[in-house]
Write a protein that binds this ligand. Structure first.
Ligand code: G6P
Length: 372
């Protein structure tokens, strides 16, 4: 009913709007009064965490994309090698697992059969499993050694939005916690990141307030067949998620690529007026990647692409090559996905509406897939 949707036309719009609160709620109770991180819920003993020599993330769909992003944070903050694998592929290749493997199973519903079977397989091989889950008491956390709940609240729309952002937050907290336990992260560094995370909700709110041009752009592209997405570093999984959202909601052909791969194939797809969304890394710190992606934008534009550029405020280098410029607030590199994903969600939702699709219940999809 309209009341359930809180005045929004679709649950998805409501859930997109709830993201600042979802992020804040997921931090709540995990940061104490002095700004320190406390993750008592991670009931796996510190000795086990200290000895872990490999982390494997298993998940499906949007949760898999959260895992791909989490890998950057996990390896950066813990220096433990981290693999991310589609849950549906995991157990069928006889993965190398043991008591020193920590498996992180990410699932909004906690009921996805592929993810459940992957974690059962991991536990049978002696690995410890930690669930990142949004649904209290669901099967995946019940069958795991420990759980870190995301506090997104109920997510009704089939296409995941607020759960995704909170999965990132939970994985970042977990990575910092692991870093703390293992001594690769010190109090001050953790505190600085936690402070940035605590500010992210407001940044997401600011992005949400500036989405009207993105909606207008989406409407103007409703007749298109294909949209490509490019990104680098953590922006690569963001591009994959942007493409998945378009497939799910707009039923359009959409693909995400690592921008560095453009020259190895995808550039052949570029033709006159093809919309290409580019997620631009921060010009600060990662300036090499930034420069490389700016030349990618130039290259595709020279071949006729219609460039839709998602770039930080103050990034002037992209301006000459952007047919459409979407500004996001400057954030530390690892946190950029939390703001950069939001315009892509709005874009997909508006395109679905413009194409007359059912936003909350896309054809052929289910909110939680309980068969393998
Ligand atoms: C389904 C949904 C996706 C979701 C995926 C994983 O395919 O349509 O939106 O990302 O399942 O769901 P989970 O509940 O495990 O996060």
């Amino acid at each position: 009913s309209a009341a359930e949707k809180g005045g929004y036309d679709h649950f998805m719009l409501k859930e997109i709007a709830e993201q600042p609160k979802a992020v804040a709620d997921t931090l709540l109770g995990r940061i104490d009064a002095s700004g320190r991180l406390t993750l008592d819920e991670v009931r796996i003993p510190d000795t086990v965490l200290r000895e872990a020599d490999k982390i494997v993330v298993v998940a499906c769909g949007t949760a898999f994309h959260a895992g791909l992003i989490a890998k950057y944070a996990i390896e950066h903050w813990t220096r433990i090698p981290c693999e991310v694998e589609l849950a549906s592929e995991f157990r069928y290749r006889d993965p190398i697992l043991g008591p020193r493997t920590l498996v992180i199973a990410i699932s909004q519903s906690g009921e996805t059969m592929d993810t459940l079977m992957a974690l059962r397989h991991a536990r049978e091989q002696g690995a410890k499993v930690l669930a990142v889950c949004n649904t209290n008491g669901s099967t995946i956390p019940r069958e795991s050694d420990a759980v870190l709940y995301t506090h997104a609240g109920p997510e009704v729309a089939v296409a995941s939005t607020k759960a995704f952002l909170t999965q990132l937050v939970a994985c970042y907290l977990l990575a910092l916690h692991l870093g703390q336990v293992r001594g690769t992260q010190w109090g001050d560094e953790v505190l600085a990141v936690v402070r940035e995370l605590a500010r992210i909700g407001e940044e997401v709110e600011r992005v949400l307030e500036t989405m009207e041009p993105v909606r207008a752009l989406a409407r103007s592209l409703a007749h298109k067949d294909t949209v490509l997405f490019l990104g680098r570093h953590v922006g690569h999984p963001v591009a994959l998620e942007g493409a998945l959202k378009l497939k799910e909601l707009a039923y359009m052909h959409a693909e995400g690529f690592a921008a560095g791969e453009l020259k190895h194939g995808p550039i052949a797809l570029i033709e006159e007026d093809l919309p290409v969304v580019v997620v631009v890394p921060s010009p600060e710190g990662r300036s090499v990647l930034h420069d490389k992606i700016v030349s990618n934008i130039q290259e595709i534009r020279a071949r006729g692409a219609r460039t839709i550029v998602i770039a930080e405020e103050g990034d002037e280098a992209v301006v000459p090559y952007a047919d459409h410029l979407v500004r996001i607030p400057a954030t530390p590199t690892l946190l950029q996905p939390l703001v950069a994903t939001v315009p892509l969600q709005v874009f997909a939702c508006e395109l679905a509406t413009a194409r007359g699709n059912e936003v909350d219940q896309p054809r052929n999809l289910a909110k939680s897939v309980t068969v393998e």
